[in-house]
Design a protein around this ligand. Structure first.
Ligand code: ADP
Ligand code: GN1
Ligand code: MG
Length: 359
């Protein structure tokens, strides 16, 4: 099997169980470069090149992950439920290289499933339990000790500001092709501040949140299909519960993939919305009434914001999200806007579901 010399050199810095025999690209993340490393003893590890263009302060990021996983480990009796970072042989949580890159190794979460879309409604329920539990277990964590790894990450009005900047620059002359999408964004600007306003007014509590609660950032147990472990902790920082809830609905309650080109296949499934809401509320009883009331808005704004981010990246030349075909970010942006429009059409029903489950 293939393994470049530099990957071999990196893995040689780690006290692995056996010697590395293969190391290949792995997973469907859009941000980091992820590899699966296998050793002569059959042990598996995840090796990642951390995207330091996006995460500017890697030491602070790794300190966040260290303190959050240590806290979670104290809350749970089962080591499989918490992501485990493997230190280098000289005791470092990450490996800086002379070429300016940064690497880290995690134990592979074995006997687990990582899904791109729920295969059954129960899978989606379990992902809600995983993310709800994560938030519940961190409710007393001193949020102020965490670094904001990406400032203003879910500040939707700030995402609008960056979108306008990209639109004005129109560096690749792409704006003329995407006039309907631009109009869709601008028509909704008035609503964009609903969540951050709630925080500013003190109506919504600042919590430690995951902020990237896609279904493929949670592992289910392969045998029981129960919630096992939350992964991809780079964006763990102070935030709102609505960010975590909303981003899960955006990705997992969608009837098609994030980059589906046939928009007629894309809708927000109310059955999945209900299932996720039930799982999240049951696992995170510390949610306040104000938070619960804004759950539909969380879903809508996280979906709108993500579409705005895809469109911004398209206008700027696709340098943030990993893309695998021309127009990939535009396809992604269109699915998000289709979902937003569908949520608007189903708004009353979303509210009824939340009210029913909150009682
Ligand atoms: P990105 O930020 O690029 O999304 P992730 O940390 O989510 O990076 O990793 C990408 C994918 O790699 C995940 O969706 C998952 O499939 C897999 N993965 C990551 N960490 C582990 C792990 N510890 N055990 C098993 N699979 C993992
Ligand atoms: C990125 O890292 P990944 O692939 O799990 C992004 C999220 C977006 C998501 C869209 C750090 O998530 O914010 O919602 O793509 N992560 C970062 O699929 O920007
Ligand atoms: Mg990920």
């Amino acid at each position: 099997m293939e393994m470049t010399g530099s990957l071999q050199q990196i893995l040689a810095q780690y006290p692995l169980d056996g010697s590395a025999v293969s190391c290949e690209r792995y997973g469907a993340g859009h941000i980091n470069e992820t590899y699966l490393a296998v050793t002569s003893h059959g042990r598996r590890y995840i090796l990642q090149k951390i995207n330091h263009h996006i995460f500017r302060d890697v030491p602070a990021l790794m300190a966040n992950i260290g303190s959050v996983t240590a806290w979670l480990r104290r809350q749970s009796g089962d080591p499989r439920t918490v992501l485990h970072l493997v230190e280098t042989s000289d005791g470092r949580s990450y490996l800086p290289r002379e070429d300016g890159t940064f690497w880290r190794v995690y134990d592979f979460v074995e006997n687990s499933l990582c899904l791109q879309q729920p295969e059954t409604p129960e899978d989606f329920y379990e992902s809600a339990v995983a993310f709800g539990t994560f938030q519940q277990q961190l409710r007393d964590f001193p949020a102020g000790t965490l670094t904001e790894t990406i400032p203003h990450f879910h500040d939707t009005p700030d995402r609008y500001r960056l979108f306008r900047r990209a639109l004005e620059a129109d560096a690749l002359g792409r704006a003329k092709e995407v006039q309907p999408e631009i109009a869709f964004v601008l028509e909704r600007e008035g609503e964009a501040s609903a969540l951050v306003d709630g925080l500013r007014r003190g109506d919504l509590p600042l919590r430690v949140t995951h902020n990237d609660t896609k279904l493929n950032n949670v592992m289910l147990d392969a045998q029981t299909r129960k919630a096992l472990c939350v992964i991809d902790l780079d964006t763990v920082m102070p935030g709102l519960s609505l960010y975590d809830f909303g981003d899960s609905i955006r990705f997992g309650a969608a009837s098609a993939a994030e980059d589906e080109r046939d928009l007629s296949r894309m809708e927000m499934r109310l059955d999945l919305f209900e299932i996720y809401t039930r799982g999240f509320l049951s696992a995170c009883p510390s949610l306040t009434a104000a938070e619960v009331a804004l759950l539909p808005m969380g879903a809508k704004l996280m979906t709108l914001e993500c579409g705005v981010r895809f469109l911004t990246d398209y206008l700027e030349g696709d340098h943030y999200f990993a893309t695998h075909r021309p127009g990939h970010n535009l396809d992604r942006c269109r699915t998000q806007f289709k979902l937003v429009a569908d949520m608007e059409a189903k708004w009353g029903q979303m509210r009824v579901i939340v009210d029913k489950l909150a009682r």
